[in-house]
Ligand binder design. Structure first.
Ligand code: ATP
Length: 346
């Protein structure tokens, strides 16, 4: 679908470290101006993939193309890629201005032009007036802004961000996420953002690639990843979930391995083994599928209640409800429902 306008095209990248398969024939495309997040747990291969794209790690096989040119064996310094990592990595002995000017000096840009572009880049990350400071005189968030300015100052073809806000506290992290998103849109720079935080991925991305054990499990828009995950791993990793398995026993009916039947919408063939996903917030007081159960855990979250229900047939459900009335306590019996449209079959 994006083949014609793909700015970055990664094809069949494999990488082993001894017995460890870090990347297992990974293929993905990033369109011009798009922000793709690579989301996955620790050790799933995210950083290795980024290093291959950046040119810090040679793949065992496969190819990387940027802007139509094959760059698989091009040295990192010649790839026209801006990067920001979790651990700042600013030059400690250089001022803010010196840090941001560095990529331009490496490219022999004229001094007057450097001054102009450094000023512009610092304005974009809202650090005007900080030119003369040293990195250690800045907060963590400010240091990451400098790193961001340094990564964009030379108008790279591609921006790579590897957990850039991992070391920041939650509040600052959220501010920076929105800032990066705004900046990325404004510059229109093609971007890959790595994170293991699913919330961050949902906030930032145009599309998300979910990785597990060195392989891409699904690449799709944020809504699709959340609403229509391709498999157990994606359904479980992104958001809260109730996942069950069974068989599509008749059109519109799934017979669960345990716990009865569910009315669903699915065009899979009758007889197919399927997984079903029900998001906790999709349950309501009514619905074609009814579950009567006993509350075994209840938490007040301010915005709502989170309940764990032990239902008939041995099924356990995680349910979120708006905080109306008193919080149901353990032992209370309640009935919840969910419509077939809200049950995702995969
Ligand atoms: P994290 O979120 O923890 O950074 P990740 O998804 O970025 O994890 P990678 O750093 O890409 O994962 O690692 C993928 C796998 O490859 C892991 O099992 C890791 O231990 C292994 N690995 C990565 N780099 C090396 C290396 N230089 N030598 C040996 N094994 C490595």
């Amino acid at each position: 679908m994006r083949a014609a306008s793909a700015e970055l095209r990664v094809e069949g990248i494999g990488k082993r470290f001894g017995d460890v398969v870090a990347l297992d024939r990974v293929s993905l495309e990033v369109a011009q101006g798009e922000l793709l997040t690579i989301l996955g747990p620790s050790g799933s291969g995210k950083t290795t993939l980024l290093k291959v794209v950046a040119g810090f790690e040679a793949p065992d096989g496969g190819s990387v193309r940027l802007g139509g040119a094959e760059i698989t064996s091009l040295p990192a310094a010649r790839r026209d890629i801006g990067m920001v990592f979790q651990n700042y990595a600013l030059f400690p002995h250089l001022t803010v201005k010196g840090n941001v000017a560095f990529p331009l000096e490496m490219r022999n840009v004229a001094k007057a032009e450097i001054d102009k572009r450094v000023t512009e880049a610092l304005a974009m990350v809202e650090l005007e007036g900080y030119e003369a400071r040293l990195p250690r005189q800045l907060s963590g968030g400010q240091q990451q802004r400098v790193a961001l300015a340094r990564a964009i100052v030379f108008n790279p073809r591609l921006l790579l961000l590897d957990e850039p806000f991992g070391a920041l506290d939650r509040k600052l992290r959220e501010t920076m996420q929105l800032e990066v998103r705004r900046l990325q849109r404004r510059l229109g720079v093609t971007t890959i953002f790595i994170t293991h935080d699913q919330e961050e991925a949902l906030i930032l991305s145009d599309r998300i690639a979910v990785m597990h054990r060195g392989a891409v499990q699904q690449i799709a828009t944020t809504t699709e990843i959340y609403e229509r995950p391709a498999n157990d791993f994606v359904a479980d990793f992104v958001g809260e979930s109730n996942i069950f398995h069974g068989t599509l026993s008749a059109p519109g009916t799934v017979t669960l391995l345990r716990g009865g039947t569910l009315a669903v919408r699915s065009d899979k063939p009758v007889g197919a083994g399927v997984g079903v996903l029900m998001r906790p917030e999709r349950f309501g007081p009514s619905g074609a599928n009814r579950f009567a159960g006993e509350v075994i855990e209840s938490v007040y979250l301010g915005t709502g209640f989170k309940l764990r229900l032990a239902c008939e047939g041995g099924i356990e459900l995680l349910v979120r409800q708006p905080a109306r009335g008193p919080l149901p306590t353990a032992g209370a019996r309640i009935t919840v429902g969910i419509d077939p449209e809200s049950v995702h079959v995969f």
